[in-house]
Ligand binder design. Structure first.
Ligand code: GLC
Ligand code: GLC
Length: 643
C-alpha cells in the first residue's frame, strides 16, 4: 500500500526495519498492515515539522518495542476496536470524570467502586492526573515529574494495569491524561537540563537574556495572571530564562525538537500498555510557539498530533486521542481535523463553547446566542465526536464571541461581564453561588469557579431553606445536563454532579491549594449521599434519579450517535431552544425551556416530526401536536414521531 512517490524510499526502509523487529511475533502481519494504512499520515505529519527520514528509525524502534510489550488482552482489544471504531460515538457511550483519590481514595478503591459506575451506565472513565507529580503545589497533578510511575499514595503501575483490566471487563474504557505542553521542573529532563546537559537543555525553551522572552511576551496572554503572571521564569541552576506558560514550576517542553517527539511517542505507548483507551492531550493548544502570535493553535500542533496519532494507530489502535483545547470556536474544530488533517488528529475534543453557551442561556433565559454560536461551527469529521460537558475540574472562561453577541443584538463585553457577575452570585436575582477566578484588571477578563449544582442554584436554595427554589434548581440542573446528554457526542459527567454536590471550601485550609479556587468545585466524593446516610441524601437521590433517567433514555436513541450533527435554533419564543438531529435510524427533536416559567411556542418549528402526536422519550408521554405548544418550567422533551 505504500505509494512510490517521494515518501517511498524512507517509508520502505522504515517498513523493512519494522518487519525485521517484528520477526517471529504472531501479530506481525497485523502491525505491518496497520503501518501500511497509517504510514502516510505519519510521514506527512512528521515531515511538516521535522526531518522525517531521520526521525523514523527511532520511532520504528518505539513502535516495535511498544508492540512487543503489549499484553494479549490489549492486542485483542486492538482487533476489536478496529472492527468497532465508533465505540466512543455511539448513543450508549457515557463518560465520567473523577480524581482517583477524591473519588475512592486510591486505585484499589476505584476497583471497588466499579459497580457504582456500571450501575450509572458509565462506559468511559477519565481518571484525573495520577502519574507522579512534583511534591507540593502541582496544579492538580498537571505538573508531572515521572510519566512512568503512579503517584505513590494512589498505588502502583501494576495497580493501574489491574484496574484497567477490571474496568474493561465491566465495559468501561479508561482515559488518562498526557500532559504534553510542560513537565514539572523536578522531571528528570529538567534536572539534566539544569546540570547543563545540552541534549536536555534543548528539551526546553531556554534563553540567556530577555531579548526573546520580551519579544514573545508582547503578544502572549497570561493564563494564570493572578498567581502565575508572565510566561517566563528565571532559573538559577539553568542560569537562564525558561518558558513557563502556566506555573513557574511547569516548564514548557520544546516540541520543535524531534527527540522530544520520540520521547512522547514512547510515553503514549507506555500508557496504552497500562490499558489506557484514550489519551487526553492536556493543553495541546500551547505546544507550538511562534513569535508575534499568542502561541496557541499554531498549524504545527495538528501536524504533531497527526504524527503522534499515526504512531498510536500502528502500535496500539485501540487507543484514541482527546484534545483539551479550550479555545475559540474558530480554532477548536481543527483539533478534530479540518482540511488536510480531517479525520487524522484527535478523535474527541472538548466542546467548550457548548458548555459556556448552556450557562449563558440559563442566565439569560434566552437560547438565541447559543443557537447563533453553534450554527457557526464548521462540520466535524464523521469519525470524531465532541466531548460534551457542563462542568469539569477547571474554571469556566466566558468565551463569548463578540460577533455572535452582536448577531443577537448584544454587546459581547457586557454579556461576558454579566455572566461573570451572575455566576459569582453578584447580579441581582442570580440563582448561582460561584467565585471569580483569575480576574485580570488589564483585560477585564474574569473566569468562574463553582460546582454545577452550586452554579445552577441548589446551594442558594438549600441555604435559604426554600423548597420551591430547590425544586426549580434541580430542574435547572437537569435541563442543563439534558442538553449535554442530548447534544450528540460523548457526554462527560463530572464526579459528584450526579449527586448535586455543592461547592467545597475546605481547600482554603490547604497551603498548596488556597490560592487556586478551582478546588472549590473539586469536592471529595461523599458516599453518604449515595448510601442514604447523609442529611442531604434526599436532594442527591432526586438529582441522581434525574441524571440516571437521562442516561437510560439516551442509550435507547440511536439518533444521538455522534456521526451526525446537531442543529440548534430557537422557536418563536427565545426561551425555548430546540436541538434537531437528523439520523438514518430516525430523527429526534429536543425541546428545552430555559426558564423557570411555562413557555408557549410555535410547534410547527418541530419539523421533521410528523403525525398528530409526538412521543417524549424522557417522560414516556405522548404530546399532542398543536400549533401552539406549552412546555413546563425547565421542561426537557426528547421527541420522535409517535408511531
Ligand atoms: C489543563 C488542565 C488544567 C491545567 C492546565 C495546565 O488545561 O485541565 O487543570 O491547569 O492544563 O496543565
Ligand atoms: C485556560 C487554558 C486551559 C487551562 C485553563 C486553566 O483556559 O486554555 O488550557 O486549562 O486555562 O484554568
Amino acid at each position: 500500500m505504500i505509494h512510490t512517490d517521494d515518501r517511498g524510499p524512507a517509508l520502505a526502509a522504515a517498513r523493512a526495519q519494522l518487519a525485521m523487529a517484528l520477526a517471529g511475533d504472531d501479530a506481525s502481519a497485523d502491525v505491518l498492515t496497520r503501518f501500511d494504512r497509517w504510514a502516510i499520515d505519519l510521514w506527512d505529519g512528521l515531515s511538516a515539522v521535522y526531518d522525517a527520514a531521520s526521525v523514523l528509525p527511532s520511532l520504528i524502534d518505539v513502535i516495535a518495542s511498544v508492540h512487543a510489550a503489549r499484553r494479549p488482552d490489549l492486542r485483542q482489544r486492538d482487533r476489536d476496536r478496529v472492527l468497532r471504531p465508533d465505540w466512543f460515538q455511539s448513543a450508549d457511550a457515557i463518560g465520567y470524570v473523577a480524581y482517583a483519590d477524591l473519588f475512592a481514595g486510591n486505585l484499589q478503591g476505584i476497583r471497588e467502586r466499579i459497580g457504582y459506575l456500571r450501575d450509572l451506565g458509565v462506559t468511559y472513565l477519565h481518571l484525573m492526573p495520577l502519574l507522579t507529580p512534583r511534591p507540593g503545589a502541582n496544579d492538580g497533578g498537571y505538573a508531572v515529574m515521572d510519566y512512568r510511575s503512579v503517584r505513590p499514595d494512589l498505588g502502583t503501575m501494576d495497580d493501574l494495569a489491574a484496574l484497567s483490566t477490571d474496568l474493561h471487563a465491566a465495559g468501561i474504557s479508561l482515559t488518562l491524561d498526557l500532559v504534553l505542553n510542560h513537565v514539572a521542573r523536578e522531571h528528570e529532563w529538567a534536572r539534566l537540563a539544569k546540570a547543563n546537559d545540552p541534549h536536555y537543555r534543548d528539551y526546553f525553551y531556554v534563553y540567556d537574556d530577555r531579548e526573546l522572552p520580551d519579544a514573545y511576551e508582547a503578544t502572549l496572554p497570561e493564563i494564570f495572571p493572578a498567581f502565575a503572571p508572565r510566561n517566563f521564569t528565571w532559573d538559577e541552576q539553568l542560569d537562564a530564562w525558561v518558558w513557563t506558560t502556566f506555573n513557574e514550576w511547569q516548564w514548557d517542553v520544546n516540541w520543535s525538537n524531534p527527540h522530544l517527539f520520540v520521547e512522547f511517542a514512547d510515553i503514549v505507548g507506555f500508557l496504552a500498555n497500562q490499558g489506557a483507551d484514550c489519551i487526553r492531550l492536556d493543553a495541546i493548544a500551547f505546544v507550538w510557539k511562534r513569535l508575534g502570535t499568542n502561541c496557541q493553535n499554531q498549524p504545527e500542533v495538528h501536524d504533531i498530533t497527526q504524527a503522534l496519532r499515526a504512531c498510536a494507530r500502528i502500535m496500539a489502535p485501540a487507543v484514541i486521542f482527546k484534545a483539551e483545547a479550550i479555545v475559540g470556536p474558530q480554532d477548536v474544530v481543527a483539533y478534530l481535523g479540518q482540511g488536510e488533517h480531517a479525520g487524522k488528529v484527535s478523535d474527541l475534543a472538548y466542546h467548550n463553547s457548548l458548555m459556556v453557551q448552556i450557562w449563558s442561556a440559563l442566565a439569560a433565559r434566552d437560547g438565541r446566542l447559543l443557537a447563533t454560536a453553534l450554527s457557526r461551527f464548521a462540520p466535524i469529521p464523521v469519525t470524531s465526536a465532541w466531548a460534551t460537558y457542563l462542568r469539569c475540574h477547571d474554571d469556566i472562561g466566558w468565551a463569548i464571541d463578540d460577533a455572535d453577541a452582536a448577531a443577537v443584538g448584544w454587546n459581547g463585553y457586557d454579556h461576558r461581564t454579566f455572566l461573570a457577575d451572575f455566576y459569582a452570585g453578584e447580579f441581582a436575582g442570580s440563582f448561582a453561588t460561584g467565585m471569580h477566578f483569575q480576574s485580570n484588571p488589564e483585560t477585564g477578563d474574569r473566569r468562574t469557579s463553582g460546582s454545577a449544582a452550586s452554579l445552577a442554584g441548589l446551594e442558594a436554595a438549600i441555604d435559604a431553606a426554600d423548597p420551591a427554589a430547590l425544586d426549580t434548581a434541580i430542574d435547572r440542573l437537569t435541563c442543563a445536563y439534558a442538553m449535554v446528554f442530548g447534544f450528540g457526542g460523548l457526554p462527560l459527567l463530572y464526579m459528584g454532579d450526579e449527586l448535586g454536590m455543592l461547592n467545597d471550601r475546605s481547600y482554603l485550609d490547604d497551603d498548596a491549594k488556597r490560592a487556586d479556587n478551582r478546588w472549590v468545585h473539586r469536592p471529595a466524593m461523599n458516599w453518604h449521599l449515595v448510601d442514604g446516610t447523609s442529611k442531604a441524601s434526599v436532594v442527591s437521590a432526586r438529582v441522581l434519579a434525574a441524571i440516571t433517567r437521562l442516561i437510560e433514555v439516551r442509550k435507547t436513541l440511536p439518533a444521538l450517535h455522534a456521526s451526525v450533527g446537531t442543529d440548534a435554533f430557537t422557536t418563536s419564543n427565545p426561551a425555548v431552544l430546540v436541538f434537531r438531529r437528523r439520523h438514518a435510524a430516525g430523527s429526534i427533536v429536543e425541546v428545552y425551556n430555559l426558564s423557570e416559567s411555562p413557555q408557549s411556542f410555535d410547534a410547527a418549528a418541530l419539523w421533521p416530526l410528523t403525525g398528530p402526536y409526538m412521543l417524549d422519550h424522557l417522560s414516556g408521554q405522548e404530546i399532542a401536536r398543536h400549533d401552539e405548544a406549552t412546555i413546563p418550567p425547565y421542561g426537557t422533551w426528547w421527541l420522535t414521531s409517535s408511531s
